[in-house]
Design a protein around this ligand. Structure first.
Ligand code: HEM
Length: 417
C-alpha cells in the first residue's frame, strides 16, 4: 500500500483561508500527486484533484454525502435536508424533481423570461449614469426565476429577495460578519419559502400546475408523504438561489470581454463562439472551489487506502486547470472548446458524472443557456463603457467576485444589423 502524501502543516484551515481557490492545487503540485491528506476544520481530510480523481469521487459506491457538508455550509448556502445531503434511492427520487423541471422546455421558458427582464433593465439603464452590473443581473435573474417558478414577487419585494438570494451565495465560504449575514438570509428566505409552500398546499395561493412552486409543494417522499414544509422550502431555494448565482458567470464574462476586445466582433456574428466563450468562462471561474463527501467503506485506489468515514474533498477549481487536459490552463482561450472531448470528469465547475444518477448539478444546461443569452445581450444588443474602478478579484475570497461588482456607464441600445 502506498502512503497518501501528507500536507506537512498540523492544521491547514488557516492556509485554506489564505490561499482560497488554489489550496488543493498548490499542494498537489508541490507533492506531485493527485491527492494528499491534511487536517481541515479539525478533521482528517483527503483532498483529490484531476480527472481520474473526479471519476473516483462520483462513484457513489465509494462515497456518500450524508454527514459530509460542513455545518457552516448547511446553515447558509445549502440548508438542511435538501437533495445535496441525500444518498441512494432517496437522492435518486428527489433528484427527479429537479431533472423534470430543468429539462429543455423549462430552460427555454426561463431564458425567454430572463430576456424580457434584460430588455426592461436595459431600458432603465439608458441615460441613468452608472449601474453596478452584478447587482442588476441578480435582479434580472431574481425576477425571471420567480416568474418561472410561479412565485409571486411584488415590485416592492424584488430588492429584499434579490438580496437574500445573493447573500446566501456570497456567505457560503465566509467567516465572521459575512457568515452571519448569510445565516440570517437563510432564516428569512426559508421563512418565505415555508409560507409559500403552506399557502399552495392550503389552496390560498393559486399556482398553475407544473410550475416549480406547485411541483415542489406537491412532491412526495418515497414513502408517499409530502416533503416537510422546511425541506420543501430548501428545495424551492435550490432552484431560485443558483439561478441568481449565474450572475457571477455573467460578470466574469463581461470582464473577459473587456480583457479580450478581439472576441467582441466574433461573438456578434457567430453563435458557436458565444457557446465556447461561455464555456471558457465557466471553466476558469468555478466559483465553488471543491465538493465534500465521505468514504462509505474502506477501499483502495491506485494503491492508496481510503478509510471508512474519512472526509474527502474534490478540487473543482484545480481539475478544470489540470495541465495535461488543459494546456496553458490559466489562459483564457475559448477556442479550446472547439476541441474539448466532452468528458464528464475534466470540466467540473458544476460537478462531474451523470446528473440523473449522481450529484452533478441539474441546472448546468440552464446556467449555460442564461450565460450565452447574457453574452448575446452584452455583445449584440447594447454598447457600454467600463469606467476606472477596482476590478481586482481576490482568489482567497470564496466565492470570489470582482471588487467593484463591475460598474458600467453610457449604456446604449444597438440597432439590429
Ligand atoms: C450558477 C452556476 C452554478 C454553479 C457554479 C453550480 C454548481 C453546482 C455544484 C458544484 C454542485 C454540486 C455537485 C456535487 O454535489 O457533486 C451543484 C449541485 C446542484 N445545483 Fe448547481 N450550479 C449552478 C447553477 C445551478 C442552477 C441554475 C440550478 C437550478 C436552477 C442548480 C441546482 C443545483 C442543485 C439542485 C444541486 C444539487 C444536486 C444534487 O445534489 O444531486 N444549480 N451545482
Amino acid at each position: 500500500m502506498r502512503p497518501i502524501p501528507r500536507d506537512p502543516a498540523p492544521e491547514s484551515s488557516a492556509s485554506l483561508l489564505r490561499e482560497g481557490y488554489g489550496f488543493i492545487r498548490n499542494r498537489c503540485q508541490q507533492l506531485q500527486a493527485p491527492l494528499f491528506q491534511t487536517r481541515l476544520l479539525m478533521q482528517d481530510t483527503i483532498c483529490l484533484s484531476g480527472e481520474e480523481a473526479a471519476r473516483l469521487f462520483y462513484d457513489d459506491r465509494r462515497f456518500q454525502r450524508a454527514g459530509a457538508a460542513p455545518r457552516m455550509l448547511r446553515k447558509t448556502l445549502l440548508g438542511e435536508g435538501g437533495v445535496q445531503t441525500l444518498d441512494g434511492p432517496e437522492h435518486h427520487h428527489r433528484k427527479q424533481l429537479f431533472m423534470s423541471l430543468l429539462g429543455e422546455s423549462g430552460v427555454a421558458e426561463l431564458v425567454a423570461l430572463a430576456r424580457r427582464e434584460w430588455s426592461s433593465a436595459v431600458g432603465r439603464w439608458i441615460g441613468d449614469g452608472q449601474v453596478q452590473l452584478h447587482h442588476e443581473v441578480q435582479a434580472i435573474l431574481t425576477r425571471a426565476v420567480c416568474a418561472w417558478a410561479g412565485v409571486p414577487l411584488p415590485e416592492d419585494e424584488v430588492e429584499t429577495r434579490r438580496d437574500q438570494l445573493a447573500t446566501l451565495i456570497d456567505g457560503a465560504g465566509g467567516i465572521g460578519a459575512r457568515h452571519w449575514r448569510a445565516r440570517w438570509a437563510r432564516k428569512a428566505a426559508e421563512g418565505w419559502g415555508i409560507e409559500l409552500i403552506e399557502r399552495v398546499r392550503a389552496g390560498t395561493l393559486p399556482v398553475a400546475e407544473g410550475r416549480a412552486l406547485a411541483a415542489v409543494a406537491q412532491y412526495r417522499n418515497l414513502d408517499g408523504s409530502l416533503l416537510e414544509p422546511r425541506v420543501a422550502a430548501v428545495e424551492l431555494l435550490n432552484l431560485l438561489r443558483p439561478t441568481v448565482a449565474v450572475s457571477r458567470f455573467v460578470i466574469y464574462a463581461a470582464l473577459e470581454l473587456r480583457a479580450h476586445p478581439e472576441w467582441h466582433e466574433r461573438l456578434r456574428e457567430d453563435d458557436q463562439a458565444l457557446e465556447s466563450f461561455a464555456q471558457e468562462v465557466r471553466r476558469l471561474y468555478a466559483f465553488f472551489p471543491f465538493m465534500a463527501a465521505r468514504v462509505r467503506e474502506d477501499f483502495e485506489w491506485q494503491g492508496y487506502h481510503f478509510p471508512k468515514g474519512t472526509r474527502v474533498l474534490l478540487d473543482l477549481f484545480g481539475t478544470n486547470r489540470e495541465p495535461t487536459r488543459w494546456p496553458a490552463p490559466d489562459i483564457f482561450d475559448p477556442q479550446r472548446f472547439e476541441r474539448w472531448n466532452g468528458s464528464a470528469f475534466n470540466f467540473i465547475t458544476q460537478g462531474g458524472g451523470e446528473p440523473h444518477r449522481g450529484h452533478r448539478c441539474p441546472g448546468e444546461p440552464l446556467a449555460i443557456a442564461l450565460l450565452v443569452d447574457a453574452l448575446r445581450v452584452l455583445t449584440r444588443e447594447i454598447r457600454y463603457r467600463v469606467p476606472e474602478q477596482d476590478l481586482g478579484v481576490d482568489m482567497a475570497r470564496m466565492p470570489a467576485q470582482p471588487e467593484s461588482g463591475l460598474l458600467i456607464e453610457a449604456v446604449e441600445r444597438l440597432t439590429a444589423r
